[in-house]
Design a protein around this ligand. Structure first.
Ligand code: NAD
Length: 481
């Protein structure tokens, strides 16, 4: 069992109180590297979620002044940074990623609270400059209301921070549902938030299996917005389930990022950036490169540069300081990666780095050897679906037009990366890409200050930037003579 000063309470939080499941049922949280049973968390369901939504609706009847909300945000950022090592230990214990990555995740998360603390002026009423029909028109941004926040297991803190910080900034009351595989990080955050003296009902946390909680968030009339990060399949389900109630949604869904290296690129820069981008969180990130397209004349040097770097990566328990790649989240994740690699090998690709990874016996210890495959092509599973694992599959192309067509040849449109030196060529190339985030000569992902989100089936809405704050607002126009 995990012991931590940030886990004094291992429960949900409803209407200002720590709360268990009314059924008395619990869910076990397991360390994916060791199989250690870390904790039992409540398996809350519809009744607890309804209570949380009603408490949030009640809280909204007494709005909190902007200065007070700014104080909560600033203090949350400070609490995260003051507790970064302990939070990182909890993230690594339940998620598996290397401790150094967990520390970065905590710092990145704190950045959302401090960024949104500085954005509250963007909520001020905006009088329109012209007196249309001789009247004064003013645009107000009101809090969206009660919002449901649903987050995945790959970044248990960051995916929550991206939503919670702007929701608090905008004056919304929240009902949060973290992934049931990694609920302890959110619980630890709530143990910290308790120090802020937020009145009852503003910050609710519901832990449990997804369906009953999701059902209430989708159907309860008080919930006006659901901000969701996760798979495209669940995103589509939420669209359908909320349609009868005409609810607003902000959806950050799956990616299938292309990584394109043109023949005038600096191959070493592109190789370094790919390894950093691809193996973070063992390749289980929505923004990590999934389809790597390299212009034919630089293929050989690029494959060699990447393979040589990948062979040096160390796999193991993320608690060990030298480890670069932790386990996959569970056996099902391992089997998907394994299926993609076997399919690619059967369809003619060749492995230039990576070893055979033994299939885990139970639902933990799913360590996959970082793998590089050359000779990939569009017929392979790994170029059609998100692999979500530590596998680089390299495909060649001849012309720019072909590269753009391959990159856009997916229903997804979250992140893309392009490597080339010629600036004019880059501008021409990038404006044709149907992706919400594009890195030019860098594999870097989103930042709190910049709007981030998907096109096509990667979702809609933006997180980060002023856009991420306005996502949690309703616009109300007031006109007066
Ligand atoms: P998932 O869709 O299975 O789960 C995400 C969350 O939704 C979890 O909290 C889960 O419990 C919940 N959920 C599942 N079914 C639900 C239902 N019926 N009603 C309400 N909630 C429900 O995704 P995952 O496996 O946790 O995460 C991996 C996926 O997330 C990948 O596809 C990845 O690309 C995507 N992702 C996207 C972003 C982004 O910013 N676009 C970021 C991280 C992850």
């Amino acid at each position: 069992m995990i012991q931590s000063p940030l886990l004094n309470n291992v429960k949900g939080f409803v209407a200002g109180h720590w709360a268990g499941a009314r059924s008395g049922k619990t869910l076990a949280v397991i360390n994916p590297a060791t199989g250690e049973h870390l904790a039992d968390v409540p398996d809350m369901a519809g009744a607890e979620t309804t209570a949380a939504v009603e408490a949030a609706a009640e809280a909204l009847r007494s709005p909190v002044a902007a200065e007070k909300r700014r104080h909560w945000l600033t203090e949350t950022a400070r609490l995260l940074l003051d507790n970064r090592q302990e939070l990182a230990r909890i993230i690594t214990s339940e998620q598996g990623k290397p401790l150094k990555e967990s520390v970065v995740e905590v710092e990145y998360s704190a950045g959302f609270f401090s960024f949104f603390a500085a954005q509250l002026d963007h909520l001020a009423p905006e009088p329109l400059p012209n007196r249309i029909r001789q009247m004064q028109w003013t645009v107000h941004r009101r809090p969206a209301g009660v919002v449901g926040l649903i987050t995945p297991w790959n970044f248990p803190l960051a995916m929550l921070a991206k939503k919670l910080a702007p929701a608090m900034a905008a004056g919304c009351a929240v009902v949060t549902k973290p992934a049931d595989l990694t609920p302890l990080t959110a619980i630890a955050l709530w143990n910290l938030l308790e120090q802020l003296d937020v009145p009852a009902g503003w910050l609710n946390l519901v832990i449990g299996r997804p369906a009953p909680i999701g059902e209430v968030l989708c159907s309860h009339p008080a919930v006006r917005l659901i901000s969701f990060t996760g798979s495209t399949a669940v995103g589509k389900h939420l669209i359908q389930a909320t349609a009868p109630y005409v609810k607003r949604l902000a959806l950050e869904l799956g990616g299938n990022a292309p990584y394109i290296v043109l023949n005038d690129a600096d191959v070493n820069v592109a190789a370094d950036a790919l390894v950093a981008n691809k193996f973070r969180c063992a390749g289980q990130t929505c923004v990590c490169a999934n389809r790597i397209y390299v212009q034919r004349d630089v293929e050989q040097s690029f494959v060699e540069a990447v393979s040589e770097r990948v062979r040096r990566l160390k796999v193991g328990n993320g608690m060990e300081p030298q480890v670069d790649i932790g386990p996959l989240i569970n056996r099902a994740a391992f089997e998907k990666v394994d299926r993609h690699v076997k399919d690619a090998m059967e369809r003619g690709s060749r492995r230039t780095a990576g070893e055979f990874s033994p299939i885990p016996q139970g639902d933990w210890g799913a360590f996959y050897s970082p793998t590089v495959l050359a000779g990939a092509h569009a017929g392979m599973l790994l170029s059609r679906e998100e692999t979500f694992g530590p596998v680089i599959a390299i495909e060649t192309f001849d012309t720019e037009e072909e590269a753009v067509a391959k990159a856009n040849g997916t229903p997804f449109g979250l992140a893309a990366y392009v490597f080339m030196r010629d600036g004019e060529r880059a501008e021409r190339f990038i404006q044709q890409l149907q992706f919400g985030h594009v890195g030019l000569n860098t594999g870097t992902g989103p930042a709190p200050e910049a709007p981030f989100g998907g096109m096509k089936q990667s979702g809609f809405g933006r997180e980060g930037g002023v856009e991420g704050l306005h996502e949690f607002c309703e616009v109300q126009t007031v006109v007066t003579p």
